[in-house]
Design a protein around this ligand. Structure first.
Ligand code: HEM
Ligand SMILES: [Cu+2]
Length: 595
C-alpha cells in the first residue's frame, strides 16, 4: 500500500498511543521537564544508533571482498587494498569485530535503553538519569576507539573470537573489555530504573516493552560474566606479560559461556520489535502478552548454560556434559518457536484485517510497500532457515560435518547477519525519523535495499552452506591457497559463483541502505515529528495493569530477579563440573603471533 512513506503511524489510521496497553492510566507526558528529559534521551539514542551504523558501514564494506575470496577471486594483492589492510585476516578481524560486536552492542544499548526508560517515564516513573546514560555512552565509545588502534595497526589480528594462544596487543583486550563493561552499565541503569518504578507502583504489571528489555539485559548480565572473567583475569595480565601463559581450553570455555548467549543478546532486541511494534506497523495486534513474557522468561533462564555446543571438538571435556549442553540448547529453541508462531499470528491478524484471505494467501495483504515492515518480515523469513541450520550445528552427531567449515559463516549471516541486522535496518527506517524528526530519504530505495539484502544473503547462505558441505574450511584465504588442486577436486564451480555473485548484490544492498540512512540523517529538513511516533501495538490478549487480577502466567513471569537467580544456579550446575577440572589442571601456554 503506502509506497511513499514508510512511517509507522501510516499503517493503522489512528494516532499512535504513547504508552502500551496496561499503563494507559498514566500515559502521556506528565510535564515539561519530562518532555525535556525525553528529548535528551532521544539525542543520546541517536548517538548510539549512528555509532552503530558507522561501524556496520565499515564492517559491511569488507564483506564483499571476503565473499569474492570464497568465490575463488583473490583481491587482496591489489596495491590500493594493501595500503588499507595488511592481510585477509586483518580485514576479517575488522569485519567480525565491527559487525558482530560493535554494531550490535551499540545499537542494542541505544534501543533497549531508550524504549524502557521512555516507557517507564510515561508510566509514571522518575525522570531518566541522563548524566549516567551519557557517561556510559562515552565510556563505551572510549573502549571502542582504544580497541580500534591495535586493530587498525594490525597488532590485534586475532579475529573476533580472540582465541588464545593467539596473542594480540593488550590495548585491544583493554579496549574491548571496557566496551563490554559499559554495556553492563546500560543493563544496570535499565534494571535500576525498573526496580525504582516497581517500588513506586507496587502490584502493577511491568509494561511489556520494559519487561522484554529488562529480561534481555538480565540475561546479558549473566552471559557476559564468562567473557569479562576471561578478559580481565586471563587475557589482560597475560598480554601485559604479567603471567607466563594462558590455558586455551579454559579461555575458550569462558568465551563460549558468553559466546552462545550473545546470539540471544543479538536476537531478543529484534524480537522486541517483532512482538511489540511490527504488528502495529503491519496493521495488526500483538497476539498474547502472556506468551510474549513467557518466551522472554525462558530466554533469561535457558540461554546461558549451553556453550559447550561450540566445543564438541575440544578435548578434555566430558562427553556427558557436552550432551547435557546439547539438550539444553534444544530447550532454548522452544521460546524461538513460540516467537515464530506468535509473530506469524499477529501478522496474519494484520493481513486479514486488511482483507487477506486463504491459508497462505493472506500474506499478500501485508503492507509490502512499507520498507520497515518488509525488511523485518524478510528478516523473519531468513531466520526460519537460520534456526533450522542452528539445530544441525548444535547436534553432536552432525556438528563434526559442518564444524569450522564455510557452512558456519553461511549460517550466521542469515541469523545475526540478516535476522538481526535486517530487522535493525528496518527499525532504523522509523526510529531514525522518530529520533531526529527528519523524513526518511527515498523510501523506495529503502525498500529496494531490504529486498537486495535479503536476496543477497539467501544466495550467500546457499553458496557458503554448499561449500561447507564440500569441505571448504572457514577463516581461510582459499583464493590464495597454494593447494588449489585440493579445491579443484571439490567441484566448487556453482557454489563459488553463487557466493561471489552474492557479494556483489550485498555491496549494492549495503550502499543503497547507507545512502538512505546517511541522507536521512544529513538532511536539513525537520518536518512533522508527530508523524513518527513509536508504533506500539495493541494486544489481542493483554496482561492488564494489576498483578492480582492477572493470569498465573503473567504473575509467575513477573519476578525477573528471581528468574535471574534461577539462571545463575543452572549455569553453576552445568559449568561448575566442567570448569573445576580445568582450574585444577591449568595448562599455561605461551602466546603466539601468527600474522
Ligand atoms: C555485505 C554483507 C556481508 C558479506 C558479503 C559478508 C561476508 C562474509 C564472509 C565471506 C565471511 C567468511 C570469512 C571467512 O570465514 O574467512 C564473513 C565472516 C563473518 N561475518 Fe560477514 N558478511 C557480510 C555482513 C555481515 C554482517 C551484517 C555481520 C553481522 C552483523 C557479519 C558478521 C560476520 C562474522 C562475525 C564473521 C566471522 C569472522 C570470523 O570468522 O572471524 N557479516 N562475512
Ligand atoms: Cu551457540
Amino acid at each position: 500500500m503506502t509506497t511513499s512513506h514508510p512511517a509507522p503511524s501510516r499503517a493503522p489510521e489512528r494516532p499512535a498511543p504513547a504508552a502500551p496497553a496496561g499503563s494507559s492510566a498514566t500515559g502521556g507526558l506528565s510535564g515539561v521537564t519530562d518532555a525535556a528529559a525525553l528529548t535528551g534521551l532521544k539525542t543520546l539514542t541517536q548517538y548510539y544508533v549512528v555509532t552503530a551504523f558507522l561501524a556496520l558501514f565499515i564492517g559491511v564494506m569488507l564483506g564483499p571482498l571476503q565473499a569474492l575470496n570464497y568465490g575463488g577471486v583473490n583481491v587482496y594483492e591489489y596495491p590500493l587494498l594493501k595500503a588499507l589492510i595488511r592481510s585477509y585476516y586483518q580485514g576479517l578481524t575488522l569485519h567480525g569485530v565491527l559487525n558482530a560486536l560493535v554494531f550490535t552492542q551499540f545499537f542494542i544499548s541505544g534501543w533497549l535503553l531508550y524504549l524502557p526508560l521512555r516507557e517507564l517515564t510515561q508510566a509514571g516513573g522518575a525522570r531518566p538519569n541522563l548524566r549516567f546514560a551519557w557517561f556510559t555512552y562515552v565510556l563505551m565509545t572510549a573502549g571502542l576507539l582504544t580497541a580500534a588502534v591495535p586493530l587498525l595497526s594490525n597488532d590485534a589480528t586475532v579475529l573476533y573470537t580472540f582465541y588464545p594462544p593467539l596473542e594480540g596487543s593488550p590495548v585491544f583486550y583493554i579496549g574491548a573489555g571496557v566496551m563490554v563493561a559499559a554495556s553492563l552499565l546500560v543493563a544496570g541503569q535499565v534494571v535500576w530504573t525498573w526496580l525504582a518504578w516497581k517500588r513506586a507502583h507496587p502490584g502493577r504489571v511491568t509494561p511489556v516493552v520494559t519487561y522484554m528489555s529488562v529480561a534481555t539485559w538480565l540475561m546479558w548480565a549473566v552471559a557476559a560474566l564468562g567473557l569479562v572473567v576471561e578478559v580481565v583475569v586471563m587475557l589482560i595480565p597475560w598480554s601485559l606479560g604479567l603471567t607466563r601463559g594462558v590455558d586455551p581450553l579454559l579461555a575458550r570455555t569462558l568465551f563460549w559461556w558468553t559466546g552462545h548467549p550473545i546470539v540471544y543478546f543479538w536476537l531478543l532486541p529484534a524480537y522486541v520489535s517483532w512482538y511489540a511494534f511490527l504488528p502495529r506497523q503491519a496493521g495488526g495486534r500483538m497476539a498474547s502478552e502472556g506468551l510474549t513474557r513467557l518466551s522472554f522468561a525462558m530466554f533469561l533462564v535457558f540461554s546461558v548454560p549451553v556453550g559447550l555446543h561450540h566445543q564438541y571438538a575440544d578435548p578434555n571435556v566430558q562427553s556427558s556434559w557436552k550432551v547435557i549442553h546439547m539438550f539444553l540448547t534444544f530447550l532454548v529453541a522452544v521460546p524461538s518457536l513460540l516467537t515464530a508462531f506468535s509473530v506469524a499470528a499477529s501478522l496474519e491478524d494484520a493481513a486479514r484485517a486488511r482483507g487477506g484471505r486463504g491459508v497462505v494467501g493472506w500474506m499478500r495483504r501485508l503492507p509490502w510497500g512499507n520498507a520497515s515492515v518488509t525488511a523485518q518480515v524478510l528478516a523473519m523469513v531468513s531466520f526460519i532457515f537460520g534456526g533450522a541450520g542452528g539445530i544441525v550445528n548444535a547436534s553432536i552427531a552432525f556438528a563434526p560435518v559442518v564444524h569450522n567449515t564455510a557452512w558456519i559463516p553461511g549460517h550466521f549471516h542469515i541469523t545475526v547477519g540478516t535476522a538481526t541486522t535486517l530487522t535493525f535496518m528496518g527499525v532504523a527506517f522509523w526510529l531514525v525519523p522518530h529520533l531526529t524528526g527528519k523524513r526518511l530519504f527515498a523510501p523506495r530505495a529503502a525498500l529496494a535495499s531490504a529486498w537486495l539484502w535479503f536476496g543477497g544473503m539467501m544466495l550467500f547462505a546457499l553458496g557458503m552452506h554448499w561449500q561447507g558441505l564440500a569441505g571448504v574450511p572457514r577463516r581461510a584465504q582459499v583464493s590464495a591457497s597454494a593447494q588449489q588442486a585440493a579445491y579443484d577436486a571439490m567441484n566448487l564451480g556453482v557454489p563459488r559463483a553463487l557466493t561471489a555473485l552474492s557479494g556483489v548484490i550485498l555491496l549494492v544492498a549495503g550502499l543503497t541502505f547507507f545512502t538512505v540512512l546517511f541522507r536521512t540523517l544529513l538532511s536539513a529538513r525537520r518536518d512533522n515529528p508527530e508523524d513518527t511516533a513509536i508504533p506500539v501495538s495493541d494486544t489481542i490478549s493483554p496482561a492488564g495493569a494489576s498483578l492480582t487480577a492477572a493470569t498465573p502466567l503473567v504473575r509467575h513471569t513477573e519476578p525477573l530477579l528471581a528468574l535471574t537467580l534461577l539462571a545463575l544456579i543452572l549455569v553453576a550446575l552445568v559449568y561448575g563440573p566442567v570448569i573445576a577440572p580445568m582450574l585444577a589442571n591449568y595448562q599455561a601456554v605461551p602466546g603466539q603471533r601468527l600474522w
